[in-house]
Ligand binder design. Structure first.
Ligand code: FAD
Length: 463
């Protein structure tokens, strides 16, 4: 019996017959080392991640997920769970173990009458926007269309509708989940309420979510786009941006940031999205559009899915990436000066330093109402570093860390889970904030053996 390269956590290879038996009953596709599509299947968005799983089980439905969970548990195999594969730290994949790959589960059913959508976990944001848009509806999600809805929702989910309709996790009505013991459960405000609470910001710690039921909102055409300024206006525009966005109505979400033109020239951008009456939106945006001396004002009405893919070109598949983030309670003069100083030292024209402002509906949810604890965090800074060649990594990583360290004096002791690269337990714990002890209780109940641990891990205290 030749082994097939699937190794248990005890270091022993899993018997080939057992793999054959699993494969024969599996509805989806099982990809083993040596298969022609193995290298494609193990790759994720961030090519700095180069993990080599023993087996990839591309599930066709919930029954496959249950089979994969049971197989891994019974054979002592490490599992990771893959939604859209966009987690920058590579938590969708693992070495030697089993990847429960949900990318084949892409069903979406929008119930326009009841304003809900039932969504499988392999769906990307772009696919969800497209189906909703037929009905003039939208789910609040992130801002790059290839991102997976699953990981994004479980980590909170921040995007263009955050101020009007809250975080993505605030819009989940129910989850269907396969737990570590292979049980299928529903979590909602009526059933398994502890799990429902934990899944809204607690990451992939508690089971495999096999479907999400979202509340959807009437959003069809928005007023959005981008205003570009020369880099030397960054300080003035950032100062203005802070005052402007803090006074803005909930319909407006806007980011600002240090980016580059396609030719690689550094510029400063403000990216607004107004999701209300377009005439009112034009007056709300007028002071922004009249400020400074923009090089380009590309603001206009557009279908919401177009707004949702505006930034796609800046985040292509296959680059090397290293990210850090920080929350700033305020955009002080000193913080602005620090951002500007470090942006001037940026090491790659593909990298960006982004300032996102929350507030609005997301901030009116209490810190402990869902597992996402940083409701009052205000400014989220994304230090998003990209480069193309593996051997060039160090200066880019050093720059990212340099910005992060320089922002520490202005930052709160909090992190955005969804932007966490490989970090220590202390940072992960800080990302869960005051909710960590309660999350441990839920972990103890649903996954006491830490079967789901290739994630932003909440370590159980029972075993
Ligand atoms: P994956 O990498 O597939 O999974 C990440 C983790 O989620 C896994 O470890 C797993 O534990 C867990 N997981 C995934 N699916 C399931 C499931 N069905 N059940 C249980 N656990 C699961 N975040 C925002 O909030 N807003 C943004 O605008 C935004 N923009 C982004 C843009 C880019 C280009 C990228 C790369 C990331 C962005 N993110 C954003 C961060 C993003 O939300 C996270 O990376 C998130 O993890 C992506 O989800 P995924 O399904 O693609 O993740």
């Amino acid at each position: 019996m030749a082994d097939k390269g699937l190794i248990g956590t005890n270091g022993k290879v899993v018997d080939s017959d057992r793999i054959d038996e699993f494969q024969a009953a599996f509805g989806g596709q099982v990809i083993l080392r040596g298969a022609s599509d193995y290298d494609t299947a193990r790759r994720i968005w961030n090519h700095s991640v180069d993990k080599k799983p023993g087996m990839i089980a591309r599930c066709s439905g919930t029954a496959d997920v249950i089979a994969a969970v049971n197989f891994a548990r019974e054979n002592g195999v490490l599992v990771s769970v893959r939604g859209g594969g966009h987690n920058v730290g590579g938590r969708a994949v693992c070495d030697d173990g089993l990847v429960i790959d949900l990318s084949g589960m892409r069903g979406i059913h929008v119930d326009a009458k009841n304003r809900t959508a039932r969504v499988q976990p392999g769906v990307t944001l772009g696919e969800l926007d497209r189906e909703n848009h037929i009905h003039g509806l939208a789910v609040p999600a992130g801002v790059v269309s290839k991102t997976g809805i699953a990981g994004l929702t479980l980590g909170g989910g921040v995007g263009w509708l955050i101020r009007k309709h809250g975080m993505t996790c605030d819009n989940v009505l129910s989850f269907e989940v396969v737990t570590a013991d292979g049980e299928f459960v529903t979590a909602s405000s009526e059933e398994n309420t502890d799990l429902y609470w934990a899944l809204r910001g607690g990451g992939g710690n508690f089971g495999v979510v096999t479907s999400f039921e979202f509340r959807v909102h009437p959003i069809s055409t928005v007023l959005g786009g981008m205003i570009l300024y020369s880099a030397d206006q960054a300080t003035d525009v950032l100062r203005f941006f802070g005052n402007f966005i803090e006074q803005a109505p909930d319909e407006l979400t806007a980011y600002a940031g240090f980016i580059h033109t396609p030719d690689g020239d550094p510029v400063f951008a403000v990216i607004p999205c107004y999701s209300g009456d377009l005439t009112e939106g034009a007056s709300v945006l007028a002071p922004l559009r009249e400020f400074g001396d923009p090089m380009l004002d590309a603001i206009g009405p557009m279908p919401f899915p177009a707004m949702q893919s505006l930034l796609d070109g800046a985040f292509p598949d296959g680059n090397h990436n290293y990210w850090k983030s920080a929350f700033l309670p305020e955009l002080s003069e000193a913080a602005i000066a620090t951002l500007v100083e470090h942006a001037q030292k940026i090491t790659s024209p593909m990298s960006a330093l982004i300032v996102e402002y929350y507030g609005g509906a997301a901030s009116r949810v209490g810190n402990t109402e869902t597992a996402f604890a940083h409701r009052k965090a205000q400014y989220s800074i994304g230090i998003l570093t990209q480069w193309t060649e593996a051997e060039d990594a160090q200066p880019h990583i050093d720059w990212t860390r340099g910005v992060s360290d320089a922002l520490r004096p202005f930052a709160s002791d909090a992190y955005l889970l969804n932007f966490l690269d490989a970090e220590g337990d202390d940072v992960i714990r800080a990302a869960f904030g005051e909710n960590y002890p309660r999350l441990v209780e839920v972990k103890n109940k649903y996954d006491p053996s830490n079967f789901f641990r290739v994630n932003h891990n909440i370590i159980p205290t029972v075993s």
